[in-house]
Each structure stands twice: as C-alpha cells, then as structure tokens.
Design a protein around this ligand. Sequence first.
Ligand SMILES: [Zn+2]
Length: 378
Amino acid sequence: MYFKDLPGQESSKAYLDGLIKDDRIPHAILFTGPQGNGKLAFALAFAAALLCEEKEGIEVCGVCTHCTKSLKYIHPDLHFSFPVCSKEGKTREKTTSNDFLVEFRSFVKEGIFSGVDAWSRFINAENKAININVTECNQIIKSLGLRKYEGRYKIQLIYGAEYLSKEGNRLLKLIEEPTPDTIIILVSDFQDQILNTIKSRCQIFKIPPFQDEAIDQFLSEKVTDQKQREEMVRLSAGNITLASEIHQNDESDYDEILLNIFRSAYTSNITKMLSLSDRLSNMNKKEMEGFCLYTLHFLKEYMRVLHLQSTDLVRLSGKEKSTALKMTRSITFDMAFLIAELMEQNIGNIHRNANKKILWSSTMFGIEEIFAKNKIAS
Ligand SMILES: [Zn+2]
C-alpha cells in the first residue's frame, strides 16, 4: 500500500509527510479514529514510506527493493502482529501471527479497508476468541531485539492493538526504550479498549472519516453511474469500509425489504412477516449484517428528518426520502429508536451465530409489537 493509492485524507497525509521530512518519527505511534477511516492502509503506507530508500516525505519511489517488498508485505524489517485463533495441529498457546501470515497478506490485498471483524471472518474465527497472546508478545520482543536486515528501520505493526491483553505489558519496556531505529505502529478502531499503560507511551494519531470526494474517488472505478455513486457516498458517511460493503451488496434491495417489513408489521400481516423473515434467513451472514447496517443508517437519517422536519440535509436517496416522508405519519422518534435497538442486537446475534430463523421471526414480531403498542397509545 502506498499513499498515492489512498484517496483523500490530505491533512493526515500532510502530517505524516512532515514527520518524515523533519525526521521527527515517534518510536511508537497509534493509528486510530472512527471505523472505516483507512487506518490500516495508512499504517501500511507509512511503513512503506519509512522503508523506501528514495522517498520524498511520504512519497515512495515505488521501484527500489524496499518498495517492491513492502508492496508485497514481505519486507524482512516489517513485522506484523494481529489477533488470531488456534490453527489446526497447534495449541492456541503456541499459535501466533506467523502461522497466519499468508492469510494476512491476502486479507490486506483484498480488503485493506475492512476491520478486525472482517479479519476474524476471513480466518473462520467467528466462533472462536481471537487475541494477541503471550507467545506473540515474546516473539515481538525477540524479533525487534535482532539486527535489522536491509532497511533503515525495523518496524513492528500491531493490527487490532485492542486485542493485546494484560500480557501486552511485556512490551512496555520496548515501547519506552526501543532499540535504535525501531518503530512500533499500532492500529486500532477502539482506542478506549487499549491498555492505558501502552497507549500513554504512544503518540496518538487520530485519522478523521473520509471526505465525500475521497469516497467518490474510491468508488469511481467500480461504479460508473454517477447518480448511483452519489447515493453510495451519502450512505457510507465517510466510512470507506461501509462504502465497499455497500458496493458489494449493490444488487441488494434492502430498501424494498425494509419498507415491506414496516408495511407488514403495521398491518399485522403475519403471512407477509414470515415470508420476509424467510427471505432474510436465507441470506448469508455478511448480507444479513449489511441489511442491519442499512436499516440503522436509514433510521438514523429518518430521526433527523423528524427532527429537522425536512429531508433536505439528510443522507438518503430520492426514493428513501419519499419513504421517510410517508413514514412520519406512523413511526415516531421513540419507535424508530426501538427498531434501531433491535437491529443493533441483531448484529451482535449474527456474529454469535444465532439461529437465523428464530432471529428474524422474533425481529418481525418485535417490530410488530412496537407498532401495536404505539397504535394503542395514540
Ligand atoms: Zn522505494
């Protein structure tokens, strides 16, 4: 990953550019900020820039041996650690990131803008607890203690730093008094969940969400229809992970399904509710999650419509706006909030592999109940 392949985010890029040009590179830096802000891509591009021999700030030459190796994620001075689960034939205690390096390289090449959740799915660890274990921490200490091979720096990138349990405290000395030319780059969506002892020793670099223009640029090669792209930009609200998921689910008709759920729940049409529940149960986990995320986005914007009494400033398509306006007669702010809560619970339950049929039929009845109670109240 090079910075030139990362759309927008000019001010964050300029900051890192300054660090390199002024030779003020911190020994430990934490890339954080909201989900979908490209922090892993930033961290990898920063590592590539540090390693390039012919760089100009964050601009790499792209042709030196360091660049070619960084691009393939095989540079011997760039070490990766990330949360993993046990691997076949090995106990969990003995399993480390090295056992999953091949998978990690493919994951990064395919889904650089995905989060740790997607990584966990990628290694089929959805039902297992992933973490960065004590063996891994010891390995980090050992490998950073070794001489560097080729580059000016030895870099340790820790992706999903919130998965370092208290064993992470073994790394404190390394972070505080690193060996010369050692850089530790931590990446985390959840800054609050990182050990305070570690966080307080890092320079915290918070990256904002992507600008709409950057998301548009990211989607421009994949989606040629400008109007459709505009809608996707609106939906993703600066979250590039969401933008790529919306793109993958482009063929979906989430808006239609959601509208039908509201209609059938409002009229207590049980047959229709169950058929919608069947339809959702037949989706795979990623699609179901996509639907829940879509619903949450829609409801959030719908609540803004209720608040602003207008659809002018909301991130909804033309069709969604007209749906939202019709809904204002039957769905109050409190009802929208309760439905959103149901969807949030669903995301958690989908991750926990809950029974799909039970999950969706209870969601349908839950929404119907919300409508029924409100009718009695009004
Ligand atoms: Zn280079």
